[in-house]
Design a protein around this ligand. Structure first.
Ligand code: SF4
Ligand code: SF4
Length: 226
């Protein structure tokens, strides 16, 4: 599949927590994202503190006040205050992570997807410092013993590499939708923002949507209908 500008809309009215967790599970499974709480071999078990310190995540849940700082107010709807938002890389139009990477290991494609070339990553973590959305994770230790069942279609990583959501670029190349979108039963919408008839444009035309930290000027391309 091709597009001029890929974008995602998360319809929070349709996304319950169980579905959100399934989206996380499928994304992490097909991208061999390690789960430090579940080692393949019990002898590799790590402490809860280490599980937090070494966490690798591509898509995750966060409360409104963490996801949208500066946009909350004391009298906002309770529904929003307690809602867990599904977050991922925003595939920003003006991505600071790309500007600061010294090796061009992270780069923005013509269709807007911000990619990682893991062979070029030298683990300097400048991109992590540059990203204001905490969308990137660093492999502090060997992730392979913490990947329950390796998924053959995606490479595993080594220690010292940064990783993040790539809008399922491998699936798009095969003509398939991102895995989280498929899993979401209609709560996540994906398409070409440049195409007036696309489902993302339809969703944004007919609903009020917000983005994370728009005041920073990165122009995020993941939208949230609240
Ligand atoms: S969310 Fe962060 S990692 Fe993703 S494109 Fe924007 S700045 Fe880069
Ligand atoms: S678009 Fe693909 S890589 Fe990104 S969060 Fe969804 S499933 Fe994961």
């Amino acid at each position: 599949m091709t597009a001029k500008r890929w974008a995602m809309v998360v319809d929070m009215r349709k996304l319950d927590e169980a579905t959100a967790k399934r989206c996380i599970e499928v994304c992490h499974r097909i991208h061999n994202v390690p789960n430090f709480a579940k080692p393949k071999n019990p002898k590799d078990a790590v402490s809860p503190e280490e599980q937090v310190r070494w966490e690798v995540k591509w898509i995750w849940l966060e409360h409104f006040h963490n996801a949208f700082p500066g946009m909350d107010q004391p009298h906002m709807a309770e529904r929003l205050q307690h809602m867990n938002f599904l977050l991922l890389c925003n595939h920003c139009d003006n991505p600071p992570c790309v500007r600061v990477c010294p090796t061009k290991a992270t780069f923005r494609r013509e269709d807007g997807v911000v990619m990682m070339d893991m062979h070029r990553c030298i683990g300097c973590r400048y991109c992590m410092a540059g990203c204001p959305f905490s969308a990137r994770s660093f492999n502090w230790r060997d992730p392979r013993p913490f990947v329950q069942q390796e998924y053959p279609d995606y490479p595993t990583r080594e220690p010292g590499m940064v990783e993040k959501c790539d809008f399922c670029a491998k699936l798009l190349a095969k003509g398939q939708m991102p895995a989280c979108v498929v899993e979401s039963q209609g709560a996540l919408i994906f398409g070409d923002l440049a195409d007036e008839t696309s489902p993302v444009r339809e969703a944004l035309k007919n609903n009020f949507a917000i983005r994370r930290k728009p005041f920073l000027g990165t122009n995020p391309q993941v939208y949230y209908i609240v």
